[in-house]
Structures are given as C-alpha cells and as structure tokens.
Design a binder for this molecule. Structure first.
Ligand code: ARG
Length: 286
C-alpha cells in the first residue's frame, strides 16, 4: 500500500531541492541601536536592547555555521548602528565587489568600510558613482539581477551594475515605504539558472513591475501581507534550506509545500531597525 502526499504541484514537475554551499559576510550588532529614523520601522523614542540583538544575531550566525556555510565577519564600527545590515554593504559577484553608496548621510561611512573589507579579502572592488545600497536592492536570480529602486538605490546604479557585471539587470520599482529595499519584498528561493524560483509581495511594487515579475516567474510564491509585515520575505535560501522570520507562519507552510526546509529565527530586536535575516547577510560570490 502506498501513501500519497498532496502538494499543489504536479508530481515530477518540482525540481529536487538541493542545498548549495554559501559564503556570507556578517557584522555583529555590537553598536546596534535606533538613534535616527530613515525608514518607517525605526523609532528612536522606542528603546532597543543591544545585548538581545547580539543574542538573536548569534542564533542566525550559528544557524549558518550549522548549515555548513563559510561565514566571514567584518568588524563593527562605533557610531554606525546600522552596520549590522551587511546586505547593504555592496553587491559581490564573480569576484567583483560593487561598493555601496548610501542614500542617507547616517550610513554613508559604511560604504568605504565595506569596500576596505572586500579589498583585503581579495575582491576586485568597483567604487560606485551612483547611489546604491548593495544587496538590499540587488538580487541575483539565474544569470540576471533583479534591481530595486524607488526609495534607496537610484536607477542609474542599475545601469552601472549592468556595465560592471556584464549581466542583465531588471529594474523593479518599489512603492510602499515599509518595503523600501528589494530584499524586503522579494526572496530568491532558488537562483540556479533554469530553475529560478522566488517569493514576493505584489503590493510592494508598481503595476509595471508586478507585470515583469508575473511574466518572468509564473510559479512564484505570493506571500501575504501579514508575513511580509514581519519581514518574512527578508530570508536567506541555499536552494533547499530557507532561513526566515519565525513569525512568518504562512510563508513557512508555503515553503514546505514547495519542498523547501524553512528554518525560523527570531530577530525581533533587529526588526526595530527595519531589517531581518537577509539584511544581516551579504553573499560573497567568487
Ligand atoms: N536601518 C537600516 C536602513 O534603513 C535597515 C537596513 C535593512 N537592510 C536591508 N537589506 N533591507 O537602512
């Protein structure tokens, strides 16, 4: 007698989920606090607990180590409380590190700090001319790059990255200030060329961008507003294991249905700065 597992996909159409090795850069939130407001999540009047932030961040770090990832660390700098959001430190592909040039003065010194780290780690650093916030707004999917604009990265940086990387860069316009970086509204679940799979929140984009996403990713997971509001999409996948906000319970179920292994973590303290799992993670691609 055989038992049948019900899924929403036809048997045999779903690629087997295989974890790929990952190399990531992180920054301990030693100096984390909310002392200015550059996104709607931040409220300097609300207290933050740096030691709790450190504890929660450590769980994320140890989760990556447990998954076998190569985890590198950049030294945190006093006076740069948002440096924990390493994803914004640049965009690294094929050994080339395209540096960040931050929108807000408060974060601008982070750009050169991350570029110094990339240089010392042996990456070919490309100093940016255009305003961009690194992997916060650039996501590699297949051979191309999805690029966000509207709140932070300027669309001219999309052209600059296309020139530097030699890859197709697809511009997507964000319209909801709560989802001000692309990595708060799109999760790349499988970036393998030929089996690209993403999840996203349609209401975070203008109509034309939703059209682009629908056309390119007809089988994408559509995440609900409740899960997006705990930055559920701000997750990190190796093609099989997907580290997500533990509170994004529907997204967790959707991931399971699609054959992934979701791993929930609680980064409630870092959410006070407007960031989650992915924001704390910069992928290094040699
Ligand atoms: N407080 C930071 C900012 O507003 C949060 C950055 C979140 N990072 C991200 N990749 N979405 O810039």
């Amino acid at each position: 007698m055989s038992s049948v597992i019900q899924t929403d996909e036809q048997p045999g159409t779903r690629p087997e989920r295989r974890p790929a090795g990952r190399s990531v850069l992180m920054c301990r939130p030693e100096h984390f606090s909310v002392v200015y407001r550059i996104n709607p999540w931040m409220d300097p009047a609300q207290p933050t607990d740096t030691s709790l932030a450190l504890e929660q961040w450590q769980v994320l770090h140890d989760t990556y180590v447990g998954l076998g990832y190569d985890v590198r660390l950049i030294d945190p700098i006093a006076g740069l409380p948002d440096m924990v959001y390493a994803a914004n430190g640049g965009f690294v592909i094929d050994g080339v590190a395209y540096g960040a040039k931050f929108t807000h003065a408060e974060r601008q010194p982070e750009g050169p700090a991350y570029m110094d780290w990339f240089r010392e780690a042996g990456f070919d650093v490309q100093v940016p001319e255009e305003v961009n916030e690194g992997e916060g707004d650039f996501l590699l999917v297949g051979d191309g790059i999805l690029a966000g604009t509207g709140f932070r990265s300027h669309s001219l940086s999309h052209e600059e990255l296309a020139r530097i990387s030699g890859r197709e860069v697809v511009t997507l316009r964000l319209v909801n200030p709560s989802f001000y970086h692309l990595d708060t509204a799109v999760a790349v679940l499988d970036g393998t060329p030929g089996q690209e799979h993403i999840a996203y929140l349609p209401s975070a984009f203008d109509e034309a961008s939703v059209g682009v996403l629908q056309e390119r990713f007809p089988d994408a997971i559509i995440v609900n507003e409740t899960d997006a509001a705990v930055l559920g999409l701000n997750s990190f996948s190796d093609g099989c294991n997907v580290v997500i906000a533990a509170r994004a319970t529907d997204f967790e179920r959707q991931l399971r249905e699609h054959g992934y292994n979701p791993i929930g973590v609680d980064l409630s303290e870092l959410l006070l700065g407007g960031g989650g799992v992915k924001c704390c993670t910069l992928e290094l691609r040699r």
